[in-house]
Design a protein around this ligand. Structure first.
Ligand SMILES: [Zn+2]
Length: 286
């Protein structure tokens, strides 16, 4: 599903392409798209207002309206937001159409149907995001923060890093890539990691998220930007979806795929030692 770099790309496209446009009409085609308010009120409150800006918080896309409302979208697995023209009109899996001035339309489509939308005032918007962890590219994020937030936990490090209350916007692709770069096994217990290891994880997360944004996201199948184009970060991945391929490190081993907390997990068992450096990773540094 779209993670921070993919949603960031869509957000920047919307800023460039539709900020300042008026929404002349909104058509909710799948009522259960809208979590809040009712689909009828959603349509009524959007019609005739202008898009003032687009922003992002974690994996949430926020279309700011000049009425003071914010249209918040969670683009789940197959969520796409496409501008017609220049994109050719899509004809399947449509959930919402925003008719803009100048005969342009924004189509929200999702083949998986999981995408959700809410129209929130500023108070509800703040409340919605109050529980999210810091953005990985913000000043407040780093090894110190991670050690304080989760450094004492006995849980495995990967599920902790995926928790949106710990870091906002990082998901399965960028966590697996970051743990490989940091040479940390995803099953390591958080409370066995050294300061140097937390520093490596924080640095790797920042670098991977930055690269993902530069490459306009990762497309395996469904992700597209607002102009219908694929991202290219899939060409730069080192372990994610690369099971059986040679490890890009110099170990001579192969990337493997495992299940961890129900999620597909990609790693190099030779480079990412489950027992930690010196094989003492199971000792608790307390
Ligand atoms: Zn390796």
């Amino acid at each position: 599903m779209p993670e921070l770099p993919e949603v960031e790309t869509i957000k920047e496209d919307l800023r460039e392409l539709v900020a300042g446009s008026e929404i002349e009409r909104a058509e909710v085609l799948v009522p259960n798209l809208v979590e809040q308010p009712s689909p009828e009120e959603f349509e009524r409150r959007i019609e005739g207002v202008s898009i003032s800006d687009a922003t992002r918080r974690a994996k949430n896309l926020i279309v700011e309206l000049d009425s003071g409302d914010a249209l918040v979208l969670q683009l789940k697995i197959g969520g796409q937001f496409l501008l017609v023209p220049p994109v050719q009109e899509p004809n399947s899996a449509l959930m919402l159409v925003l008719h803009l001035d100048g005969n342009r339309r924004l189509f929200l489509r999702d083949e998986t149907g999981y995408t959700r939308a809410s129209l929130l005032d500023q108070t509800d918007l703040e409340a919605r995001f109050s529980g999210l962890g810091p953005e990985p590219l913000d000043e407040g994020f780093g090894a110190e923060y991670l050690m304080e937030a989760i450094g004492g936990r006995r849980a495995q490090v990967k599920p902790l890093l995926l928790d949106q209350k710990v870091i906002g916007g990082v998901g399965n692709i960028y966590v697996d890539e970051s743990l490989f770069d940091a040479r940390i096994h995803p099953r390591r217990k958080a409370n066995t990691l050294s300061r140097a290891e937390w520093e490596a994880i924080a640095r790797a997360i920042r670098e991977n998220i930055t690269a993902g944004i530069e490459h306009r996201g990762t497309t395996f199948s469904l992700y597209r930007d607002v102009l219908g184009c694929k991202g290219s970060h899939q060409d730069h991945l080192r372990v994610f979806m690369r099971q059986g391929k040679p490890c890009p490190g110099d170990c001579g081993g192969k990337v493997v795929r495992e299940k961890l907390s129900g999620r597909a997990t990609y790693l190099c068992p030779a480079c990412q030692d489950e027992d930690g450096p010196g094989g003492d990773g199971r000792l608790e540094l307390e």
